[in-house]
Design a binder for this molecule. Structure first.
Ligand SMILES: [Zn+2]
Length: 376
């Protein structure tokens, strides 16, 4: 049961969400392109650095070569002078100068050699940066083309959704629409689903009366805490409960727990049953259900003390403890019959518990291998 106005609001909310998503996507695309362009600028800078390193090396090499030429001219000048010297000391001094100049030439030649070795690495750096840049340029062109195409598609969809949205709004009661818009403006959404007795948007538990009003779907109900318009979708409750059942490893029921479910293979004349115990303020209650039909057997029994003390005769050796903790209010709502989904949950947990017990039994009864196989 759901009011047509609320049903329309759910559709309107979906449209509003889609519109928001499209707007965000349209806004995000240029940012993505900008991020790639920034990366591109970084690669360009690396290439420029690599190129200027090569240029700097070339300039240094020319300087060393000029220095060598200058030194060679000096040496030939000293040689000319040495022909005209008068004393042995003057001759020695010139020889000394020539030796110095030759040493300098060798030092410059070493530096040129070093640059030649470096040049290979520098050349590689330039080539790598050029290749990177080329790849990034191609990528950015593709990204830009994609972004343009996506934006065009998004804008087309956005226009369609805006049209649908305007039409939807005319189908909702004006007061309700105002409430929806007002809350949506401050909280982002104006509508909230109710699940497990909670407003899913603000996570606050509803009062039982409010919850029942929402479930019945006969009037518009607003969350006391967040003011969102509430709705209940019965198709959503089942998978949530089913999902709490562990698929492979079974969760073990807690010993100390206010709720306890059991399975008994035989319960007087009734055969297989599920038993639900709930402790509440020093008392405990018991409900018994048929495992195949889910039908309740007998009335709810209440006794003094928590259930282990109150119902010792039910906790037989062959009773199997199961997972399950539905609130008592829910049990009351189920009335004379367990819902199919609950029955499924219990049956699956029972299967897992039995499989586990079987595995444990096999481990314990496996023959222990002989310690001395050679002796046998
Ligand atoms: Zn709320």
């Amino acid at each position: 049961m759901m009011l047509p106005d609320v049903q329309n609001l759910i559709e309107l909310q979906q449209a509003d969400r889609e519109i928001l998503r499209l707007k965000e996507e349209i806004a995000a695309l240029p940012k993505r392109v900008a991020a790639i362009e920034e990366k591109l600028a970084g690669t360009k800078a690396i290439l420029e650095n690599a190129k200027s390193a090569v240029k700097a090396d070339e300039a240094a090499r020319r300087r060393y070569e000029t220095a060598i030429q200058d030194l060679q001219q000096k040496i030939s000048k000293y040689r000319d002078q040495s022909l005209d010297v008068k004393t042995n000391d003057q001759y020695k001094a010139l020889l000394h100068e020539i030796q110095f100049a030759e040493q300098d030439i060798r030092a410059n030649e070493d530096k040129i050699l070093e640059l030649m070795v470096n040049a290979e690495v520098r050349e590689k750096n330039v080539k790598a940066a050029e290749a990177e840049l080329k790849a990034e340029m191609a990528e950015i062109e593709k990204e830009k083309a994609d972004a343009r195409q996506r934006t065009a598609e998004d804008e087309k969809q956005l226009a369609e959704w805006n049209g649908k949205r305007d039409k939807m709004r005319t189908g909702v009661d004006a007061d309700l629409l105002r409430q929806y818009d007002r809350v949506a403006k401050y909280r982002g959404t104006g509508l909230s689903e109710v699940r497990d007795h909670k407003c899913m948007a603000c996570q606050v538990m509803l009062r039982p009366q409010t919850y029942n009003e929402v479930r019945s779907g006969t009037q518009v109900v607003v969350c006391d805490s967040c003011q969102r318009i509430l709705y209940y979708d019965s198709s959503h409750d089942a998978p949530v409960e089913a999902a709490t059942v562990p698929r492979r490893r079974r969760a073990h029921p807690k010993f100390e727990s206010s709720h306890a479910w059991y399975y008994r293979p035989s319960y007087s004349a009734f055969g297989e049953v599920f038993l639900a115990f709930i402790n509440d303020h020093g008392q405990s209650s018991r409900r018994v259900y048929d495992t195949s039909t889910g039908r309740k057997i007998g009335d709810t029994l209440v006794r003094e003390g928590e259930y282990r003390l109150g119902f010792p005769e039910d906790l037989t050796d062959d009773a199997i403890r199961l997972n399950g903790s539905w609130p008592e209010t829910e049990l009351d709502e189920w009335g004379a019959e367990l819902p199919m989904v609950v029955l499924d949950v219990l049956q699956r947990d029972l299967d897992l518990a039995r499989a586990e017990a079987g595995a444990r039994h096999r481990r314990e009864t496996e023959p222990v291998p002989s310690e001395h196989p050679a002796a046998s």
